[in-house]
Design a protein around this ligand. Sequence first.
Ligand code: NAD
Ligand code: UDP
Length: 320
Amino acid sequence: MAERVLITGAAGFLGSHLCDRFIAEGFNVVAMDNLITGNIKNIEHLFGNKNFEFYHHDVSKYVHVPGEVDYILHFASPASPIDYLKIPIQTLKVGSLGTHNLLGLAKAKGARMLIASTSEVYGDPMVHPQTEEYYGNVNPIGPRGVYDEAKRFQEAMTMAYHTYHDLETRIVRIFNTYGPRMRLNDGRVLPAFIGQALRGEDLTVFGDGSQTRSFCYVDDLIEGIYRLLFSDYVYPVNIGNPDEITISQFADEIIKLTGTKQKVVYKDLPKDDPMQRQPNIDKAREILGWEPKVSRAEGLKITYDYFKSLSEEELYSKEH
Ligand code: NAD
Ligand code: UDP
């Protein structure tokens, strides 16, 4: 019998790529999502597959899955700043109550549970690049606190289930990831810039553009998560691409890539926007034998082709 994996947040950007990977590896996939920020189109192609089932459910409410479950990957959560500012309470609930429900399910089923944590647990970091040992610099009551603290609680709860209930757990700290199936209007910098270029609008750089990020292509991330799940390492592991760039430089790259004639316009920097971010991935290299393979130039080209293939309606949609 094939092993069975429950993926929450399955209709989202990362969840849908995880579904594809686990189906390709021969697993039975149980996908769960309440579609609050996801899109069913991301997994529609799997609906005819006999190894795939979908539950439309909010995981912050009691989660019931009949039958055996061997692995749970908890990826449900709004993930972009404009999403979690719009739905702050749901964000806190899915990271806390949702995680608790799924840990309870994992315990009842004897499943191994992996949670999607984030570089946001480091907040606006005072240590650079960020190692897993750094405790972070988070403002709990700032606008990003609803996401950051939910994720920090999620890690604490997961470690507690490991320590006190002997549950098999894994924690991945994901750094900015991009690729096909990101939502064009989710407010994250890459879809924002590419969407603006495609619509003939100016590119909006927040602040003076000197803040940095390090962007990882989605296939690299999925490979890292896959390896972590099947490793025996229970502490958090950073997965990301250490190739760091300022947001101004990033805007220039998108202008070149798209050939847009538009210019950059500067807007206020959102409160608590981290000034620098770069993963230290020594642990992933040592423990998982993993490092990213896809350069930003290659990854951006694939992602741009995806966004170009969207309909006019999707390009101008303000939904979500
Ligand atoms: P996404 O918004 O595309 O996907 C999240 C999915 O979760 C959506 O389909 C949404 O409908 C679903 N969801 C939200 N709340 C739910 C609930 N209560 N019940 C059921 N489903 C719910 O975001 P993403 O980029 O795919 O992020 C997935 C996960 O990875 C999140 O947990 C996020 O915090 C984490 N993460 C992502 C990144 C990144 O760069 N993409 C970085 C760090 C961490
Ligand atoms: N950003 C920007 N213009 C935009 C959207 C985002 O300059 O239209 C900046 C944002 O202020 C941040 C960086 O790009 O410094 C990355 O933002 P994103 O929302 O993608 O991710 P996060 O801040 O969560 O890393």
